[in-house]
Ligand binder design. Structure first.
Ligand SMILES: [Zn+2]
Length: 679
């Protein structure tokens, strides 16, 4: 089951954040400097290219390891959390003498073992897929196709449409079924219609990749790669762009299930839903024309092609759990071709990450016991309140917002809730069946568990205590339906939060992160939700027009930035994150100023508190990235590339210009008329 609705706006980049070897003792915060001045490149000018000035030295010292596509603070900390700390926890569990069947220890140890048991994986070959393949081969109608597609969707195999369950955007207390577009192997429609030579080469590589996978599987289909690419290209043309998907009003179409069925009369949605145990009279449809057009496409496509497509989606979903040749080929395409990662991680590291992916919460429970100091909860909640109070003061000072809208903005700000570290209550995962020699079945069991959990939520009250990230995750999020900000234990570590650093560094780090998440409550999407998390307008028309004018200016500004030759940032796709960065930085800066109460702390390493604040922000975003990953990010990710999260917002801040005494002609300075100040 796919998540299809608007839900979270997370802080970090979405994927591929793993990282290289880092010595254990570095995580001992007593030894981590607030800002290491060897990270600087003093041959660059702070006022011309702040990223190179603040991070040039770091970038030179930290090339991208072969097993990564990008390398920065997130990836390094993520690697520490997973490949050192979780590894230690898992390996300790594997040493335990008795592990009760169904206990979390048994599940963790046996799943880890099953991932490492490559002899069994090799011996079984494609046999685990056979029941599904037989059913696909037996398909003789679109109704049959709907049945097997529904069955496969339960275990995570994509098709052209999918269901998800979340709070109703207009009644956020109750869970509801959502329908959304799906089924593009390359992830995003621009991969199918961009005409540049680099994207064209990705498509050619994709054809070869599919052909090779089919040939290794012993399938005798002729030219499956081109046929599948052609089908997906037609499908892509019918889909909403990732910018259109940002519109919560346009993508909210509540209707009776019976009416939904009529939108796609030839693909039996009733059977598709029945096979997934979904029972509901109503649902929220993302885009009606898509369903109508997809129905036409299905009718016009030979059944043989649709069966080929179903086989491909199945093979692709499970490639990582099949014999080595499939796993390696899958990595070659998605890792190397798509993201520029040269080398696959060792099996043992992947076993840890796979265990984390499947049993992340049980592992998180052990992680926080060992690595999260309880006193941090209090410190972080103080920081959150600090940001809240500065945000309130900033709202009062806004010149573009009327008093009546300000009052409602205050109401929403006051209603923000937060979660820190880890969940108050832990879910029961004991019904997931895990055996040490059945990797495939383990994955199936966990998928079915997750699916059942989702389906059972339909029509029930939303559990406001639920966490959408595991505690060990190096990230944070804002959930508009709960009007809440969430900070997992994983990010509450250096360089984001350094217990021993000076305040300026922490304000440029974790406090700016907190400010970023708060701002999501008032970005292009979050601002459409009220204090109770409902999609409901609380703005006057003229205030909304002012807000839209400001964000439009910021969209145009980012759209002018070329991330690499031929690939410009999509300002409309990244507007929510860019606004959150701009707001987060502003809030954090003034929260720091307020905390100083007029005192001027002594400079450190020659930098005063204002300069160190901006160095703190730059440090969070020091990163080396392969060109492939950068292109992929620009096409698919709502977050701007790391360099532009530094150099993009800072020219809009007068505070930056003052801190570094930048002259008016400097590259990091914009004239007042070009500056965007929203919050
Ligand atoms: Zn964000």
């Amino acid at each position: 089951m796919r998540s299809v609705a608007l839900c979270t706006a997370a802080f970090a980049i979405a994927m591929g954040m793993a990282g290289c070897k880092k010595e254990k003792e570095e995580t001992d915060t007593t030894k981590v400097p607030g800002f290491d001045i060897s990270s600087l490149d003093s041959s660059a000018k702070a006022c011309d290219d702040f990223d190179t000035y603040a991070n040039g030295g770091w970038k030179r010292k930290n090339p991208i390891p072969g097993t990564e596509s990008r390398w920065g603070a997130f990836g390094i900390l993520d690697k520490e959390n997973k490949e050192v700390r979780l590894k230690g926890i898992i390996q300790e569990i594997t040493q335990l003498k008795d592990r009760k069947k169904g206990s979390e220890e048994q599940q963790i140890a046996d799943y880890y073992q099953s991932f490492l048991d490559t002899a069994t994986v090799e011996k079984r070959g494609l046999e685990p897929l056979k029941p599904y393949l037989d059913k696909i081969n037996a398909v003789t109608s679109l109704k049959d196709l709907a049945a097997i597609s529904g069955e496969m969707q339960k275990v995570g195999v994509s098709t052209i449409t999918g269901f998800g369950v979340e709070g109703d955007l207009r009644n956020s207390k109750v869970n509801v079924l959502y329908q959304g577009q799906d089924g593009l192997s390359l992830g995003e429609r621009s991969y199918y219609d961009r005409t540049d030579s680099i994207t064209a080469k990705v498509r050619t590589e994709f054809v070869g990749f599919v052909d090779k996978m089919f040939s290794m599987a012993g399938f005798t289909d002729v030219k499956p790669g081109q046929t599948i690419l052609d089908f997906e290209t037609k499908l892509a043309k019918l889909q909403l762009t990732n910018v259109e998907l940002r519109d919560p009003v346009k993508t909210y179409n509540k209707m009776a299930f019976a009416d939904f069925e009529k939108l796609m009369p030839d693909f039996d949605q009733k059977t598709f839903a029945d096979k997934q145990d979904i029972k509901t009279d109503t649902l929220i449809v993302q885009n009606k024309p898509y369903l109508q057009n997809a129905n036409k496409l299905l009718k016009a496509t030979p059944l043989a092609t649709l069966k080929l497509y179903a086989k491909w989606q199945l093979l692709s979903r499970f490639a990582g759990y099949l014999p080595k040749k499939f796993d390696q080929e899958d990595f070659r395409f998605f890792g190397t071709v798509m993201r520029g990662t040269k080398q696959q991680k060792a099996r043992v590291e992947r076993a840890i990450r796979s265990t984390d992916g499947l049993l992340g919460m049980p592992l998180g429970k052990l992680f926080v016991k060992k690595y999260f100091p309880e006193e941090d909860k209090k410190k972080v909640s103080e920081m959150i309140e600090n940001v809240r109070s500065v945000y309130g003061e900033r709202i009062d000072k806004l010149t573009w917002m009327s008093d009546s809208t300000k009052a409602k903005a205050h109401k929403k700000l006051k209603a923000f809730t937060y979660k820190i570290g880890y969940p108050d209550k832990w879910k029961d995962y004991s019904s997931i069946e895990i055996a040490s020699d059945k990797l495939f079945e383990n994955v199936i069991s966990a998928s079915l568990f997750g699916h059942k959990e989702q389906v059972e939520k339909i029509g029930k009250e939303v559990d406001k205590k639920e966490w959408l990230m595991t505690p060990q995750t190096v990230n944070a999020y804002y959930n508009p339906l709960n009007n809440e900000v969430v900070f997992p234990a994983g990010i509450l570590q250096p360089p984001f939060y350094n217990r021993n650093a000076d305040d300026a560094i922490n304000y440029g780090g974790i406090i700016a992160v907190i400010g970023h998440e708060f701002t999501h409550g008032f970005d292009d999407q979050g601002s459409q939700f009220d204090d109770e998390g409902n999609l409901k307008n609380w703005w006057t028309a003229s205030d909304r027009a002012n807000f839209d004018k400001l964000t439009k200016k910021y969209i145009d500004y980012f759209s002018g930035i070329e991330a690499l030759p031929g690939f410009k940032i999509n300002g409309a796709l990244t507007i929510g994150e860019n606004v959150a960065d701009l707001g987060g930085l502003t809030l954090a800066y003034y929260a720091l100023e307020k905390s100083l109460k007029g005192k001027e702390p002594a400079p450190i390493d020659g930098f005063d508190w204002k300069q160190r604040f901006f160095l703190g922000w730059a440090q969070v975003w020091h990163m080396n990235t392969t060109n492939e990953a950068l292109r992929n990010q620009v096409q698919t990710d709502p977050h701007s590339p790391a360099k532009d999260r530094i150099n993009g917002p800072l020219p809009h801040l007068k505070e930056f210009q003052a801190a570094w005494s930048c002259g008016p002609g400097s590259k990091m300075v914009l004239p007042d008329s070009a500056r965007v100040v929203i919050w």
